[in-house]
Design a protein around this ligand. Structure first.
Ligand SMILES: Cc1cc2nc3c(=O)[nH]c(=O)nc-3n(C[C@H](O)[C@H](O)[C@H](O)COP(=O)(O)OP(=O)(O)OC[C@H]3O[C@@H](n4cnc5c(N)ncnc54)[C@H](O)[C@@H]3O)c2cc1C
Ligand SMILES: NC(=O)c1ccc[n+]([C@@H]2O[C@H](COP(=O)([O-])OP(=O)(O)OC[C@H]3O[C@@H](n4cnc5c(N)ncnc54)[C@H](OP(=O)(O)O)[C@@H]3O)[C@@H](O)[C@H]2O)c1
Length: 455
């Protein structure tokens, strides 16, 4: 154990705790830094870190059994799509079950992460103290830095109503008796428009492009539990799913929504059990994109105008790393080139956990990545040569650009089952490489071993 590199984890949300658990059970010394006073990140409603985007009635939209960590099933007593309080309690139970709570340093923000010339990471904490580690795992989440429309719509500075981002939405009481406009076709827009329609005088849903809307259940089963065999070609699976959607739900145009300009699977899935009913019942009025804001009114791309009291921009999030100098690591346009979405090809002791947008749940991905990272920290995995990683990253990026609608929301997409299968193959290939070179400890900072323990 003394020979293992020391590691720091930034964040104890669902990704950071998966990483902490893997390092804990694999005997790698680590500290996990968490800005908040509890684990769970986004799933802690009103989290004191100010970073949670959860609203009072939020439920997961990936089903219980798909979202659970592989070695810690959610209780069968929970519903298919539990409430955020149940999810937050599940993460707390995970930490206690595997017994690593004492490795999490709560209310400790990492303000700055600097990599010295010898590879050692120097972390500056909220109180100004500096600590050093051989390896850094980043699990700071990517759904907290609100992305407002870019550019903002003409007239936004003088608009008479309220303008807010989905990140700041908590409860529908703010919509009571008001005329509400929700912009976007992602999952935030679906939930918030449906909640608004319960209490608002009018609810409008504006979109710049259509989306295939997937109900939470198909044939009585949670939709993400439908058969999805990664051995079958992806295009065939997507086509089959689109056909099933058309048969069970009908085309989005039947609900007054714009016709999608893409096939199913070429955009991140929009799931909603309620939105289609709300549209058909007239509780929500669909609109094209906003053209401009004008005093108390909003003008839409088709020239129609409506008086609006509140605009909710459900326009997504930026990937941000406030603790890195931008010339070291950043994600302009939400793009960041990582090998299999986790390993930095040029900084061998820097890892990202669940910096992905899966067609499926995030937690089992974090769990698998964490075990893979632990393999490397123990010398049981040797990564491919840099040139091979760069080729792999470029090929993956090209495939994503070919497949998905061009949008900053489609830069870190993965297919859940396919990704997990490919990662397992890569772990095996890397284990063979490690065997061939005698199980090297991978972290360059070993040269400075005397300096690489916690201060
Ligand atoms: C409304 C909403 C609903 C969602 N629903 C689902 C769903 O149903 N299923 C699904 O799989 N995904 C869903 N997601 C995606 C969501 O990102 C993941 O569920 C999950 O929260 C990711 O966990 P994380 O640990 O990566 O990030 P987070 O949950 O954001 O946690 C990050 C943690 O890092 C800490 N942190 C950040 N910076 C620092 C720092 N500098 N120093 C110390 N600590 C720091 C934060 O305090 C926080 O605790 C949803 C997202 C949103 C916005
Ligand atoms: N219940 C749940 O579990 C739940 C609820 C909410 C969110 N989430 C998750 O949280 C994450 C974020 O979801 P999100 O819905 O907040 O963001 P998102 O998926 O990034 O969707 C953003 C939406 O805004 C549109 N948009 C962006 N900029 C625009 C502009 N300038 N003008 C008009 N439209 C614009 C996008 O359109 P384009 O496609 O054209 O870019 C897209 O429809 C996702 O992982 C989602 O699954 C889950």
């Amino acid at each position: 154990m003394a020979d293992h590199p020391t590691a720091a984890i930034i964040g104890a949300g669902s990704s950071g705790i998966a990483a902490a658990k893997a390092l804990h059970e694999r005997g790698i010394p680590f500290d996990c830094f968490e800005a908040s006073d509890r684990v769970g990140g986004n799933w802690v409603f009103g989290n004191r870190n100010g970073m949670s985007s959860a609203y009072r009635r939020l439920r997961i939209n990936t089903s219980r059994d798909r979202m659970a960590y592989a070695d810690f099933p959610m209780p069968r007593s929970l519903p298919d799509y539990p409430h955020h309080t149940q999810i937050a309690a599940y993460f707390e139970a995970y930490v206690d079950h595997f017994g690593f709570r004492d490795r999490i340093r709560f209310e400790t923000t990492v303000r700055h992460a600097r990599r010295r010339d010898d590879g050692v990471w120097e972390l500056t904490l909220g109180d100004g103290s500096v600590e050093r580690f051989d390896a850094l795992l980043v699990a700071n989440g990517h759904h907290w830095d609100a992305r407002w429309p870019e550019p903002m719509f003409p007239g936004h500075e003088t608009f008479a109503g309220v303008q807010m981002h989905a990140h700041d939405y908590r409860d529908s009481d703010i919509f009571a008796g008001r005329r509400v406009l929700v912009l976007g076709m992602g999952n935030s827009a679906m939930d918030i428009a449906a909640e608004a329609s319960d209490v608002a005088e009018r609810t409008f849903l504006a979109a710049r492009r259509g989306a295939w809307i997937v109900p939470k259940y198909l044939f009585g089963r949670p939709v993400d539990q439908m058969p999805n065999d990664p051995r079958l070609p992806l295009a065939l699976r997507m086509k089959a799913f689109e056909l099933m959607l058309r048969l069970r739900v009908g085309r989005p145009e039947r609900y007054g929504l714009p016709r999608p300009d893409h096939a199913f699977g070429q955009a991140h899935p929009t799931l909603s059990g309620r939105i289609l009913d709300c549209l058909r019942q007239g509780a929500i009025t669909p609109k094209p994109n906003i053209a401009r804001l004008d005093g108390e009114e909003v003008e839409f791309a088709d020239g129609s105008r409506e008086r609006v009291d509140v605009v909710v921009y459900c326009t997504g999030y930026r990937i941000s790393f406030p603790f890195f100098d931008a010339d070291l690591v950043s994600a302009p346009g939400n793009r960041i080139g990582l090998f299999r979405r986790a390993l930095h090809p040029d900084i061998p002791n820097l890892y990202f956990v669940a910096l992905v947008q899966p067609l499926g749940a995030t937690m089992p991905i974090a769990e698998a990545q964490a075990q893979w990272i632990a393999d490397e920290l123990r010398g049981e995995y040797a990564r491919p040569a840099r040139a091979d990683m760069l080729r792999d990253i470029a090929a993956e990026d090209a495939a994503m650009r070919r497949r998905y609608v061009a949008s900053p929301r489609h830069t870190i997409q993965i297919d859940f089952d396919d990704y997990l299968r490919d990662l397992e193959r890569e772990r095996r290939a890397g284990a063979a490489r490690a065997r061939a070179v005698g199980f090297p400890l991978p972290v360059p900072a070993r040269a400075a071993a005397g300096d690489s323990v916690r201060a």
